[in-house]
Design a protein around this ligand. Structure first.
Ligand SMILES: NC(=O)c1ccc[n+]([C@@H]2O[C@H](COP(=O)([O-])OP(=O)(O)OC[C@H]3O[C@@H](n4cnc5c(N)ncnc54)[C@H](OP(=O)(O)O)[C@@H]3O)[C@@H](O)[C@H]2O)c1
Length: 322
């Protein structure tokens, strides 16, 4: 349970709030006293996530929209503000993936990953800024990925899109500083997370995709997203493993590449004909049923991040806003 922060009672909008990380983050904000607006394409998933929020005693509003459609996203945000009031935080969590060798991934799939994962974030930021800049307050959190520190094989579209999300955040942050805006842009780099992401992805490898260990439970990452929203920290890794990965890829890029190569193709796939991981790709259309918070890889997933624990401790010692 997060502390009831001074931001309690405010409004957050979460794109991709109907499943996995977005749904988990929605429930966390609700438990901290926030009103939560949820945006995604699938009505059933949105209804289930809104139920989580209400069960935590908070107000919820949902709006169906595709993040690749700027106008639909703006209309969704307007409807949510109408229901809940002005937003303080906008979280861009919508994303998707396609697994396969670059030369074997059809162009339309590559483009769709880029449009949802990168341009969906850009569209979200555009809509959020239209609301936040005139008020000169608010925080945008972009859910990025550890892949920005070194792209992963079989995930060329996703790696490129997330690298673009990071650079976009860096550039936008400085533009806002030029105009002395108080609006903040925070980019978070989660590790591999046990969500339905891998079932929702398309795999061209003959086997379903899986997260590369170490895998964390979404609850850990949701706490990191909450911390980024509360502090407005410009960039934040959410686990020691990603922090080390970032450092190693900087000081020893060749060695880092060699380690990733050693993982081989199998490091990204579930090679088990008996395992039913319920793959149901949602890259081009949402699932008709609601999606859970957790995926099929919870057996060894970590419930705790030392780095997050240390950050919280430091925050308590240093006082609010640190
Ligand atoms: N799982 C991981 O290991 C991991 C690691 C690092 C970062 N991330 C990032 O975390 C974010 C959340 O992913 P997740 O793991 O929670 O996956 P997930 O369970 O598949 O959730 C993806 C969410 O995005 C929404 N979405 C997909 N396409 C959309 C579109 N065109 N328009 C609007 N919403 C769309 C989905 O809802 P609908 O299908 O109903 O639209 C769903 O709510 C993504 O940005 C992902 O890249 C995940």
């Amino acid at each position: 349970m997060p502390p009831r922060s001074p931001l309690t009672g405010r409004v957050v909008i979460i794109t991709g709030g109907s499943s996995g990380l977005g749904r988990c983050t929605a429930a966390l904000f609700a438990r901290a006293g926030w009103s939560v607006g949820l945006i995604a394409r699938g009505a059933a998933g949105l209804a289930a996530a809104a139920e989580d929020v209400r069960a935590a005693g908070a107000r919820a509003a949902v709006a169906v929209a595709d993040v690749t459609d700027s106008a639909a996203l703006a209309a969704a945000a307007a409807a949510i503000e109408q229901a809940l009031g002005p937003i303080a935080v906008w979280i861009n969590a919508a994303g998707n993936g396609v697994y396969g060798r670059f030369t074997e991934v059809p162009e339309d799939e590559f483009r769709q990953v880029t449009e949802v994962t990168y341009l969906g974030t850009v569209n979200g930021a555009r809509v959020a800024l239209a609301l936040m800049r005139p008020r000169n307050r608010g925080t945008i959190v972009n859910v990025c990925s550890g892949v920005v520190f070194h792209g992963l094989p079989l995930m060329t579209s996703y790696s490129g899109a997330k690298a673009a999300v990071r650079a976009f955040g860096q550039a936008l942050r400085i533009e806002l500083a030029f105009e002395r805006s108080a609006v903040r842009v925070s980019t978070v780099f989660p590790p591999a997370v046990n969500t339905p992401f891998f079932n929702h992805a398309i795999s061209h490898m003959g086997w379903p995709a899986r997260p590369v260990p170490p895998v964390y439970q979404p609850d850990v990452v949701a706490r990191g997203i909450y911390m980024a929203a509360s502090t407005g920290r410009p960039e934040m890794t959410i686990s020691g493993t990603v922090a080390c990965f970032a450092l190693l890829s900087r000081i020893a890029p060749v060695w880092t590449g060699a380690v990733i190569r050693r993982l081989g193709v199998d490091g990204h796939l579930v090679r088990d004909a008996a395992a039913d991981h319920g793959a149901s790709p949602t890259v081009f259309a949402p699932s008709e049923a609601a999606s859970p918070v957790h995926g099929a890889f919870g057996r060894r997933a970590r419930r705790w991040s030392t780095q997050m624990g240390l950050r919280r401790l430091y925050g308590r010692l240093a006082g609010p806003g640190s």
